[in-house]
Design a protein around this ligand. Sequence first.
Ligand code: NDP
Length: 294
Amino acid sequence: MMTTAFLGLGAMGSPMAAHMAARSRESGVSTLVWNRTFGKAEAHAAQHGSRATPLVETGQADLIVSCLPTSAEVDEVLGQLRGHLKAGSVWVDCTSGHPDAAPRQRERLQEQGVAFLDAPVSGGVTAAQSGTLTVMVGGPDAEIETVRPHLAFAGTLIRVGDTGAGFAVKAVNNALLAVNLWAAGEGLAILGLHGVNLSAALDVINASSGRSNTTQNLIPQRVLTREFPATFGLGLLAKDAGIALDMVESVRGSAPVIAQVTALYRAAARIVGPQEDHTAALKLVEQMNGTVLA
Ligand code: NDP
């Protein structure tokens, strides 16, 4: 019987761990949960039947899943668990991490007899809640197949290559999100200044070739409503664009749009606030154009 542990009960981790807890309960075991602010782990246990434990106890699980802001926090936690991990176990990191960190983390864990898979997720809080996240995994097939049945938050799980490939695909996916969101914001700002009704413009764009998830969902639901619900931090999206830019540089590629959008999101995170929802980046587009997308 595989015992599981989940580290990091944030906007994504909390619902992901709830799905793992529900699945492991079917075989009569509790999923161990740990969070830096420990009260959140206790609240998770009370609500979802997981078991809140000190960090070092999670090291005894056969499968550890982490979902932290960046690879830096994963490195910190890895350090704290050194000497407490169980040989033969697997660590699945669902953080949107850095491709350069993955081989280092894998090596560090291998020294302790532990396997490592980079397995970031896509779909946001909604898909985390419904257990339909897309998981992109880097690492050996055999290790992936061992853990696949236990990743109860996954709707689709695709192996995208060797260690680090999962983080790489995630960074590029989110760079595309950043580009689409920013470009749609600029387009709508200009249309608004031309006196066009933005809802009507979106109806047309969404039936035309300029559409994307940002025009179909994010902008109508979060920007035009002025709600900007903070489910995915602007600082986290700026981080993801920055990882994509690091990748461009490490392969000596040419991707000026990714470079530009990284600079814009870093500025937006500084000016609008890193904790604001990522869609609030368009408040900077609004400031640049002296208009409001409403
Ligand atoms: P949140 O900010 O909601 O949660 C962050 C979690 O990390 C919290 O549990 C927090 O603990 C913990 N944490 C922060 N710093 C440390 C530290 N130094 N040591 C230990 N734990 C720490 O983030 P999300 O859940 O939104 O994002 C998590 C990851 O998932 C990120 O890599 C993000 O890019 C990615 N992601 C997010 C999506 C989203 O829609 N939100 C979608 C897809 C991927 P505490 O409670 O104590 O603050």
